[in-house]
Design a protein around this ligand. Structure first.
Ligand code: NAG
Ligand code: NAG
Ligand code: NAG
Ligand code: NAG
Ligand code: NAG
Ligand code: NAG
Ligand code: NAG
Ligand code: NAG
Ligand code: NAG
Ligand code: NAG
Ligand code: NAG
Ligand code: NAG
Length: 512
């Protein structure tokens, strides 16, 4: 059987507990808020330093926690709106988004809008909070992603199914320890949480300070055996550093019989999943040995569960539809099986990122514009259906910008010389705007075929280096404020369509 899975068993030595109470590191962002707040010992900050688009809105529903009482709302036409945060390159971040609609789009839209959320260049998921909202609940999404650069972005995208303005209530970027989920190749994959449950537990969600990263462990199922003490379980030996508290409850059986658990309860889309199951038996001298299987496929055989605890995990296990975990006691077992907790994430293939060289150049071009297009945020090319207005990109593993087309967009400002770093450009079309200043040296653009700067207010001389670009077919410079000589190497160039009328040039304009 080829399941592309990876199994590991970790038996823990008895170690003394070192329980960390320091709050998680990162950013806890209260979207739409004007002031910070403290909730359960954690500091939340307003979102204004991370985003420049959208509108802060207050919900008028009384009694909401501060993170839910404000949202940032985005115009539905806005395509993509991004939060950009400074991160440590190479660190792994838990990214958590929270949504509570609260009827902010008015009585015409009693149901929350459905839209997309995007991490860097990857379409993370559709945000559909309809069911939770109908039950009076907020909705959260959690994922684990590598910081591949100095910033990470989380974007809200309007899609065809978005019927009213999308919004976000809260956004968290929390640094995880390097050992967490570390069998995942985070350069190629991200993890999107499906469920993280503490079995046989019925109290409030287990989180910070029990979980040092403030991951949420939800109550799941009825406890059918006595509550255990977690005193003998050592969390520090588990790579995923689960909270001790979840070892206090379990679903289990004292009889020598198999235990079947429908978990997670929702039917799963066909995909690959990271699954970690946690077990500890603090009841003493008994032997608990059992097989663990998922949908009838053996996941781990003859698992020996002792007081020190054990985790069994698979990095990429294919699943679809309903999932059943079966724990079958081995002949040598003296007690029935038990299970304390489980985590399951969908494994997402990362979408790729625009070449850094082009990203930096586009940021500079954006800085040169007085009114850049509103969706110029996040990754310029990816995901492809969310590329920036006016940008066309290459296919393939190295993602480059090939066309910059801002024709007739009522833009003003200057054209940054950094455009010359975008060496894959074949077309630059900026016609019919109010660009001013000089035309930068573009001679490094060896693939440039068309340059349309007509109907602007470019001034200064036409750079003679344009004549050195052998691929150029069209140079449209008419109706600007250009002065000086027309470079001779342009005038005589064969196969070049050159338009220069409507300027203050010295040599007689060519017919065009
Ligand atoms: C939301 O409420 C805060 C605090 O009461 C207030 O300062 C802010 O102006 C309100 N914002 C809006 C958009 O009404
Ligand atoms: C959102 O979820 C609701 C309830 O599950 C479903 O009826 C609806 O079709 C979903 N909307 C979209 C666009 O997927
Ligand atoms: C994961 O982290 C643990 C603990 O730091 C380490 O022993 C192990 O080698 C790491 N595994 C991988 C695949 O990096
Ligand atoms: C076990 O713990 C849960 C939650 O902490 C509690 O609701 C339940 O009553 C306990 N069960 C027993 C048998 O003590
Ligand atoms: C668990 O710890 C308690 C006290 O710390 C001890 O009495 C008990 O024997 C331990 N149980 C096992 C199975 O090690
Ligand atoms: C199970 O693990 C315990 C503790 O490591 C060990 O003493 C015992 O021999 C193991 N039992 C089996 C059947 O492997
Ligand atoms: C446990 O799994 C192994 C390998 O799949 C199988 O040979 C064995 O019979 C199973 N034991 C039980 C008790 O199901
Ligand atoms: C640029 O955009 C304009 C207007 O949208 C369009 O007419 C033109 O064909 C585009 N040029 C290129 C090279 O895509
Ligand atoms: C163009 O932008 C200016 C401000 O930059 C604005 O006043 C004007 O209304 C805009 N014109 C159109 C047609 O959008
Ligand atoms: C120039 O751009 C404006 C928008 O800024 C547009 O209304 C107008 O039609 C454009 N003119 C031409 C000739 O395309
Ligand atoms: C990008 O352009 C700037 C300004 O023209 C230049 O200083 C810099 O060296 C260029 N960087 C690269 C990587 O070409
Ligand atoms: C461009 O030239 C026109 C007419 O010659 C003048 O009115 C305008 O101020 C100039 N614009 C710039 C940006 O130099």
């Amino acid at each position: 059987m080829s399941l592309f899975s990876f199994l590991l068993l970790l038996l823990l030595p008895f170690l003394s507990l070192s329980f960390s109470q320091t709050p998680p590191k990162g950013f806890l962002i209260d979207c739409g808020a004007t002031a910070g707040s403290e909730i359960n010992g954690l500091q939340w900050i307003p979102d204004t330093q991370f985003i420049s688009t959208g509108t802060p809105r207050n919900l008028t529903i009384p009694g909401l926690v501060p993170t839910l009482s404000t949202v940032r709302s985005f115009p539905r036409q806005g395509k993509k709106n991004c939060y950009v945060v400074q991160v440590y390159r190479g660190a792994r971040y838990m990214v958590r988004t929270t949504y509570y609609y609260g009827g902010i789009n008015g009585p015409d839209f009693p149901s929350p809008p459905v839209f997309d959320q995007i991490v860097d260049g990857t379409l993370w998921s559709v945000v559909n909070t309809t069911d939770d909202y109908a039950r009076g609940l907020s909705t959260y999404y959690e994922g684990v992603f590598l910081a591949q650069g100095k910033t990470m972005s989380l974007c809200i995208g309007s899609n065809t199914y978005t019927e009213s303005d999308p919004f976000i209530s809260a956004l968290e970027f929390v640094i995880l320890a390097d050992s967490l989920y570390n069998t995942t190749d985070f350069n190629r994959f991200g993890l999107s949480l499906v469920r993280r449950d503490s079995f046989g537990y019925s109290g409030p969600t287990i989180r910070y300070p029990d979980d040092q990263f403030d991951r949420f462990w939800e109550p799941f199922g009825q406890s059918n055996s006595a509550n255990a003490s977690s005193n003998n379980v050592s969390v520090s030996g588990f790579w995923n550093l689960p909270p001790l508290k979840m070892f206090e409850t379990q679903i289990g059986s004292d009889q020598l019989e198999s235990l079947e658990l429908r978990w997670p309860q929702a039917s799963l889309p066909k995909s690959k999943y990271y699954i970690a199951l946690y077990f500890a038996d603090s009841s003493g001298s008994s032997r608990r040995i059992f097989n663990v299987s998922l949908n009838g496929v053996t996941y781990y055989r003859e698992l020996n569960v002792t007081a020190s605890g054990v985790v069994v995990f698979a990095s990429q296990w294919p699943l679809s539809g309903p999932t059943t975990i079966t724990l079958t006691p081995a002949a040598s077992s003296s007690r029935g099986p038990l299970i304390n907790a489980g985590e399951i994430f969908e494994v997402l293939s990362l979408g790729g990122r625009t070449s850094t060289r082009d990203v930096i150049a586009l940021e500079r071009i954006k800085e040169g514009l007085q009114n850049p297009p509103l969706d110029w945020n996040g990754d310029p090319c990816m995901p492809r259906q969310y590329s920036w207005t006016g940008i066309t990109c290459s296919e393939g593993p190295r993602i480059r910008v090939v066309t910059l087309n801002l024709t007739s967009m009522n833009l003003s400002g200057s054209l940054s010389p950094y455009v010359a770093n975008m060496t894959a450009l074949t077309n630059i079309w900026l016609g019919n705007n109010t660009f001013s200043g000089q035309i930068p040296d573009l001679s490094s653009l060896k693939m440039l075929e068309t340059l349309h700067l007509e109907d602007n207010q470019f001034s200064g001389e036409i750079p003679s280096s344009l004549g050195n670009i052998s691929t150029l077919r069209e140079v449209f410079l008419q109706n600007n404020n250009l002065t000086g000589q027309v470079p001779t190497n342009l005038v005589g160039k064969t196969g070049l369509n050159l338009r220069i009328s409507g300027n203050n040039l010295v040599s007689p304009p060519l017919a065009s």
